[in-house]
Ligand binder design. Sequence first.
Ligand code: APR
Ligand code: ZN
Ligand code: ZN
Length: 355
Amino acid sequence: MIAPGKDEPVRVETIVVPDPGPGEAVVKVQACGVCHTDLHYKQGGISDDFPFLLGHEAAGVVEAVGEGVTDVEPGDFVIINWRAVCGQCRACLRGRPWYCFDTHNAKQKMTLASSGQELSPALGIGAFAEKTLVAAGQCTKVDASVAPQVAGLLGCGVMAGIGAAINTGQVGRGDSVAVIGCGGVGDAAIAGSRLAGAARIIAVDIDDRKLETARAMGATHTVNSQQTDPVKEIRELTGGFGADVVIEAVGRPETYKQAFYARDLAGTVVLVGVPTPEMKLELPLLDVFGRGGSLKSSWYGDCLPSRDFPMLIDLHLQGRLDLAAFVTETIQLDEVEKAFERMHGGDVLRSVVTL
Ligand code: APR
Ligand code: ZN
Ligand code: ZN
């Protein structure tokens, strides 16, 4: 599925996928979720390197590997990640590989069959396609008994939300957690908090339908922030103190401020919602000083694919984490444009293309 130019409708085209070179793999894609970032690519909000090959939340089977690839082999069922790490840079060596700034995507290019034009794969993946070329390091082998449309979710949004709770927020047994914004990412943060043993999980949204879904994901309390002051409500629900961890999953200054004031003294705020470049945050510096604690942001859930993907798939297969609840619908490749439209309707957590 190609985004040919800024704001132009996406369309299905025939592409040429080269044989994998050294360190590369070709994956036969089985499922790929539709994420907001695909829409941002289409709108030219991420780069103007058109045409893009969209899709980056994918799972499939390795078809071929290039020279020197030992971690995966043809036939392996894998989840593709957009953050392959090198293991050698400063970030990796300091134990924060999710900040690995080396990019390790495939070196060769996929092209349009009609014109030979090079394609820019979204987030170095490009998986709204029957097959795609990636770096072998972007492939993580997981238990093949999981449905591909469920496995692919961990490639982006759901991993970001679960990781915001368990990796960045370090939610622990008995903690109180508040999650502001209950779309796919916020709901995943709720599921992650439940998994981590949080005693109280307060879901905040402006849409009652979202709050209903949040409850099914594990929220113990819900707050409609258009009807009541969420900071006051969260305080009341936590004995007057505020939550141990507050996760902001909208990406706006006003909801960030709510998160900042809804946490307990010395609590943690995790920003996982992605702001736009023009957004500014103003807070009294004395409050930053006086309230202590940690103000963190979560980058792809601060995940380590090789550690987190197999673990979360195992938990899903054991019935301890309902990843399937995030798949609202499965669609065909030529329905991505419609899925973009539905994204804003508020009824869809994830539309997943199956191939
Ligand atoms: N207060 C509370 N909730 C809000 C507010 C607000 N002021 N504004 C919007 N929301 C809710 C919406 O009702 C919706 O349920 O936030 C949720 C956002 O969900 P989605 O649009 O489905 O987005 P999602 O995929 O969950 O991603 C959330 O994380 O990865 C980033 O780019 C992504 O910034 C986005 C955020
Ligand atoms: Zn690195
Ligand atoms: Zn994404």
